[in-house]
Design a protein. Structure first.
Length: 269
């Protein structure tokens, strides 16, 4: 790819692209290579989102944030993944050898509190770094957190996927401030105010973080619903099921913290 990257294997397919393990022959290192799918490559807004992922991730430097290296344009006119100009748009990022938090929870839920606390502290540190830099993630969920094994046997939690992230400070690049209100992200992890009118704030990220914590330490959803319409109505007008009802062994302070993160009104989180 681009006369530089050797594809090693396919890793995963997401909403907008595919991710591969690749070897960078110039830097002699493993990287993850993410491509934008052809149905999105012709959409200017989708391409802007792809570029945003690079800019925001590079600005939000932190050991628990996935490093994004560069934008790559691979030219191959006969490639079905290419756009009308024969270009496949890719980005390269830190290769994370591990599993997603979503996969970990799929094997065993709830997590032991000590394991959950380690993940929580690391994600909190990364979110704090983003917010201090004037960046909202807007898509925090278990599938966007990778657990990477360290040499000492512990796991390091790393936030990934900044395609929906945006700046919220007026002094930042207006190209990324001008997106305006939008209902983006996974509805289950979206805050009520985002579902209502698309306005995201730090408090919106905090609600997503609260739901992520809830997923780790309970055995069932905080907002059970049989349909998308029922879920949205429950998020906007209802209340979450108390975490201690879904995990009787959960300490009270954990439950109170989660409930506060999930408060319907942003100022109460």
């Amino acid at each position: 790819v681009a006369d530089r990257f050797q594809i090693v294997r396919f890793i995963a397919r997401g909403g907008m692209g595919e991710v591969y393990e690749a070897f960078d022959t110039k830097l002699q290192k493993r990287v993850a290579l993410k491509t934008i799918l052809p149905e999105f490559s012709r959409n200017p807004e989708a391409r802007k989102q792809f570029h945003r992922e690079i800019v925001v991730a590079q600005e939000g430097a932190h050991e628990n944030i996935c490093r994004v290296y560069d934008l790559v344009e691979h030219r191959e006119p006969e490639n079905p993944a290419a756009d009308a100009d024969g270009v496949v748009t890719c980005l390269t990022m830190q290769f994370l050898d591990g599993e997603s938090l979503s996969a970990r929870l799929g094997r065993s839920r709830p997590l032991p509190l000590r394991e959950a606390m380690e993940v929580i502290e690391q994600i909190a540190g990364a979110l704090d770094a983003l917010h201090r830099d004037g960046i909202l993630h807007r898509d925090l969920k278990p599938s966007n957190v990778m657990l990477v094994k360290q040499e000492n046997g512990t796991s390091r939690a790393i936030i990934t996927d900044f395609g929906l992230a945006k700046h919220f400070l007026p002094a930042r690049d207006p190209q990324y401030d001008s997106a305006g209100p939008s209902r983006v992200g996974a509805p289950y992890f979206m805050a009520p105010e985002v579902l209502r009118h698309g306005e995201a704030t730090i408090a919106s990220d905090m609600l997503s973080f609260g739901l992520l914590i809830d997923e780790m330490v309970t055995a069932s959803p905080a907002f059970p619903a049989a349909s998308m319409a029922a879920l949205i109505a429950l998020k906007i007008t209802g209340e979450p099921v108390d975490p201690r009802e879904r995990n009787p062994d959960l300490p009270r302070e954990w439950s109170e913290t989660i409930v506060r993160c999930l408060a319907r009104e942003p100022e109460n989180r």
